[in-house]
Design a protein around this ligand. Sequence first.
Ligand code: 5GP
Length: 186
Amino acid sequence: MKVSQDLVLDVSEVLLTEEQIGAKVVELGQQISTDYAGRQLTLVSVLKGSLPFMADLMRSISLPLRIDLMEVSSYGGTTTESSGLVRILKDLSAPIEGRDVLLVEDIIDTGLTLNYLLRYLKGKNPRSIKVCALLDKPARRLVEIPLDYVGFQIPDAFVVGYGLDFGEVYRNLRFVGVLRPEAYES
Ligand code: 5GP
């Protein structure tokens, strides 16, 4: 893996600009604020990829809410293929029983991670559970799961930025872009 000092050089195409992402997050936040008015909202985000999205989305929601964080690993290290194996590295820190949970995800690809997480969280008896994903990559879906809120549908490409990594790098890019194959093939 060869990372340029200027991370932008490793990106072949900007799919979503900072402005496009920002506008969409505000739109999602407004919709969620309307839909969850008067309810007991808990946002559950999945580290590390969803971190910027969660931080921006929670500030676009005008309702009282709680947040909690989980960390799972699905892709092992420097690979661009889902292993289908999900490991919980960090669990919720508070019970969600009786709460309206909105799972905040960075990207849904095969759907295996989401499928696992939904089953796991449903086992904790929330009042309701819905999903808000910034990016939806439907081309490679293996498990069909309805997504309640989606930012953008994107084509089948490996993307980085706005939280998404390759080998733990590129998360701090402000936009979402396609990684040059040279960056992960070398
Ligand atoms: P799934 O289980 O839906 O195949 O994959 C979900 C997880 O895989 C995401 O939370 C993310 O960590 C990772 N992932 C899927 N597609 C991409 C991608 O295009 N780029 C990056 N950086 N990670 C991805």
